[in-house]
Design a protein around this ligand. Structure first.
Ligand SMILES: [Zn+2]
Length: 233
């Protein structure tokens, strides 16, 4: 068997789809559609069932920033292990459909990014020029989203619940800042330290740190009844 015949037999003929471009493209588009479809279903569920997300959506609505699913969310493929992001320019929350596979993960990412969107809505946040603003919103997102509620028993045993939560918030905020800004870890640490107390004590719109779905559900009902009360005034 000569070289070219071998290539022919072990190459193209073993992968018949290589010569049928459109067919391959179709299945690629189909798989893209499938992961996007799954992402959109999980997003819809998060917006309708997560008390964290429901509270944030309601609070933004009351602040004049109505969130529309098709306009303000985008399911996309992302680089690396990123789960999501808030695109300030388009006021859109990006959800990384290639990295979010579970509903609980989707709920946390939607909540985390909605906290950034809430901050963007209620205050004039200078995301690009003022690192304190960015640090503050990352501290609030880590503190209130439940990102730090899934702590290991060992850490709780070592540091106690409250201290562990604070360490986790500090660490997550630091990593989030370093992921989006080219500054040294020391610089980022300094900025996080400067704003940590005031930003970790700002629990809006939750009222207090929700340490689980039950807390978030109470905060949501509280917010709804307050809203109704205000509407009756
Ligand atoms: Zn963030």
């Amino acid at each position: 068997m000569d070289q070219s015949k071998q290539e022919k037999e072990y190459g193209y003929e073993l992968f018949p789809e290589r010569n049928t471009g459109p067919k391959k493209e179709k299945s690629f588009v189909k798989s893209l559609f499938t992961s996007q479809f799954k992402c959109e279903i999980m997003l819809k569920l998060a917006m309708e069932t997560s008390p964290y997300a429901k509270l944030l959506l309601s609070a933004m609505n009351s602040s004049g920033c109505k969130v529309i699913r098709d306009r303000h969310f985008a399911c996309e493929d992302c680089d690396g292990s990123v789960s999501g992001g808030f695109d300030v320019a388009s006021s859109q929350i990006v959800l990384c459909q290639n990295n979010i596979h579970q509903q609980s993960h989707m709920n946390r990412v939607v909540t985390h990014e909605l906290i950034h969107a809430f901050d963007h809505c209620r205050a004039h946040v200078d995301w690009f020029n003022n690192l304190r603003h960015l640090a503050c919103s990352e501290i609030r997102a880590a503190n209130l989203s439940g990102d730090c509620s899934f702590s290991s028993e060992v850490s709780r045993f070592n540091f106690g619940m409250k201290q562990h939560h604070q360490e986790c918030v500090r660490d997550r905020a630091l990593r989030s800042i370093l992921a989006v800004r080219k500054i040294s870890a020391e610089e980022a640490q300094k900025i996080v330290d400067e704003v940590f107390d005031s930003c970790s004590n700002d629990h809006a719109p939750f009222g207090r740190i929700p340490h689980g779905s039950k807390d978030a559900e109470f905060a949501y009902r509280d917010h709804e009844s307050r809203d109704r009360y205000n509407a009756n005034l």
